[in-house]
Design a protein around this ligand. Structure first.
Ligand code: SAM
Length: 260
């Protein structure tokens, strides 16, 4: 019997109706699919019959007894750390550089790096992911809400994001401390030149949530406050505004005009 490993964020799902619902919401019919953390194959078993090509990454080799039998049904499985994988190379090898959909009941300790790897990988078109409810709330949050932060702005800049459903902690074995949520992101086209300025600008704006935009920008970019006052005035903005009050569209506009 496999014993769940806390260090790998192992919380397994077993409810068949829930698993089928997640896979159906992910729209994987006849699509190329990457799954991270198949575990005992809970989602994998329902994806396999409908996917076009299917590659899964699992760090825990002791789950082989559950996953290896799926190889003859068409699954390609890579044992190792997904974060160390050369994803672009794998997409070339396994999917002939075609578009890929991502799915994963993610290990919570590495949600952010996995998310950023997904965002950076051009060939990944969509991702359906289980994340901690708190993280999911941030991803869909709007300005002036308590949960609105840099993650909200970045995710909503790169993708259309949808909160699919909440999954209560008692659906997992072993049970985690908090509830989860399934989030679906679908990539939007972005302009490389805008992105180059937008990402550091947003990160700087939110450096310290309670500080004003002026203070955060001035500290991060090492610029006189007077110059930033001038910039904000030119853009008809309140000098005391905080990042949490600024919409994604306004961030795009500001970062495009940001002269520093
Ligand atoms: N998909 C299964 C389910 O829904 O029951 C398991 C989900 S469990 C929350 C997370 C899975 O990710 C575990 O199987 C764990 O071993 C695997 N994992 C953790 N860190 C990983 C990494 N860096 N790369 C690949 N898989 C990882």
């Amino acid at each position: 019997m496999h014993k769940a490993k806390k260090q790998y964020g192992q919380n397994f799902l077993t409810d068949k109706n829930l698993l089928k619902k997640i896979v159906s919401e992910a729209n994987l019919e006849n699509k190329n699919v990457i799954e991270v953390g198949p575990g005992k194959g809970a989602l994998t078993q329902f994806i396999l019959p409908i996917a076009k090509k299917f590659v899964a990454y699992e760090i825990d080799k002791s789950l082989k007894e559950y996953l290896d039998p799926l190889i003859e049904k068409g699954l390609t499985i890579k044992y190792g750390d997904f974060l160390n994988s050369d994803l672009n190379e794998d997409i070339k090898t396994f999917f002939n550089n075609e578009e890929v959909e991502f799915i994963g009941n993610l290990p919570y300790y590495i949600t952010s790096p996995i998310l950023f790897k997904v965002l950076e990988t051009t060939n990944i078109r969509s991702a359906t992911m289980m994340v901690q409810k708190e993280v999911g709330d941030r991803m869909v949050s709007a300005p002036n809400q308590k949960t609105y932060n840099a993650l909200s702005v970045l995710v909503q800049y790169f993708t259309n994001v949808r909160r699919v459903m909440v999954v209560k902690k008692n659906m997992f074995i072993p049970q985690p401390k908090v509830d989860s949520v399934i989030i679906q992101i679908i990539k939007k086209p972005t302009d490389e030149h805008v992105t180059e300025k937008f990402v550091p600008f947003v990160k700087a704006a939110f450096t310290q949530k309670r500080k004003t935009l002026v203070n955060n920008l001035s500290q991060t970019f090492n610029i006189e406050k007077a110059e930033i006052h001038h910039f904000l005035k030119e853009n008809q903005m309140d000098l005391n505004i905080r990042a949490e009050q600024i919409s994604v569209e306004k961030f795009i506009e500001l970062s495009k005009k940001w002269p520093f």
